[in-house]
Design a protein around this ligand. Structure first.
Ligand code: PAF
Length: 280
């Protein structure tokens, strides 16, 4: 595996390549969720590039940037084992030095769901992903469905900014009890990880309720009541929204819906979602 730390060095490598290049951007602290994206890229593309960059612009000052798990040595070993061709590992200076306040154009999607609790977040994500796309120039990119709003926003950005990149969504990876894999699960004890499976179970109950045409309000209340049975947990939001516009729906219509949530377990914020498909 070739490890590249500067844009100039990457450009020199990239110029000679006209094969398909699959790109997986990450913050590091890699787990099976990331590995599934890498495997998808390896199965489709000639070359797979992964970036590890703990992007400061997507974290607010009170969030966990400094505490974010750093497992670089283990990450590199895993990437080598998976047959990743290039690891792009830039410094903060490399990505932001010349244009520290650059931003991609905002979208109405930024302020919904996650954006209500984390208003800075999608400005930071789209800016860094756009910069990384410009450096890596991939033909394909792979994003997890666990971050459903991020996936939707990157899809919109690729379209609006005319990137010639095929976005491949990859299914959420879960542990044996159903907890969605996340780097933040490392903050949880194994007992807490088991407790947190109530999130997925409660999302499934909402989907079942929608299949039985139960009211959206009732199903959201039912979700909150279930989570409130665990004293260490609290709901940041529970949303049932149009999968495309991310607008909340108040009554069941014949369209695909994103059922998504953010829940705190003590101070750890966990997100998850599932999709409701209308019967045709
Ligand atoms: O999902 C993530 O890990 C990050 O938001 C991403 C896409 C790597 C941008 O920093």
């Amino acid at each position: 595996m070739f490890v590249v730390k500067t844009v100039r060095e990457f450009n020199t490598w990239r110029i000679a390549k006209n094969n398909s290049i699959g790109f997986i951007p990450t913050l590091g602290a890699l787990h099976d969720g990331h590995f599934s994206l890498i495997k998808a890229s390896k199965s489709i593309c000639d070359i797979t590039v992964v970036s590890i960059f703990l992007n400061p612009t997507q974290f607010a000052p009170h969030e966990d940037l400094d505490a974010y798990p750093n497992t670089l040595d283990g990450d590199k070993k895993n990437l080598k084992q998976l047959g990743v061709d290039v690891l792009f590992l830039p410094s903060k200076n490399e990505m932001y030095k010349t244009v520290p306040d650059v931003r991609v154009p905002a979208s109405v999607l930024f302020n919904k769901l996650e954006g209500k609790s984390r208003p800075h977040f999608f400005y930071g994500v789209t800016t860094i992903v756009s910069k990384l796309f410009n450096v890596i120039q991939p033909t394909h990119t792979f994003f997890g469905e666990k971050d459903a709003q991020q996936l939707r926003i990157i899809q919109e950005m690729i379209h609006k900014m005319n990137y010639s990149i095929t976005l491949i969504p990859c299914p959420t990876m879960r542990d044996q009890n159903g907890l969605a894999l996340s780097s933040r699960n490392q903050y949880l004890t194994s007992k807490e990880q088991k407790t947190a499976t109530i999130i997925y179970q409660s999302l499934i109950k909402i989907k079942e309720g929608l299949n039985n045409a139960q009211s959206i309000n009732h199903l959201k209340q039912q979700f909150k009541s279930a989570i409130s049975t665990i004293p260490t947990m609290s709901v940041d939001y529970i949303s049932i929204a149009d999968s495309n516009s991310l607008d909340e729906v108040t009554k069941l219509e014949n369209k695909q819906l994103l059922i998504s949530t953010a829940v705190f377990l003590n101070h750890v914020r966990l997100i998850d979602n599932i999709t409701y498909y209308p019967s045709t």
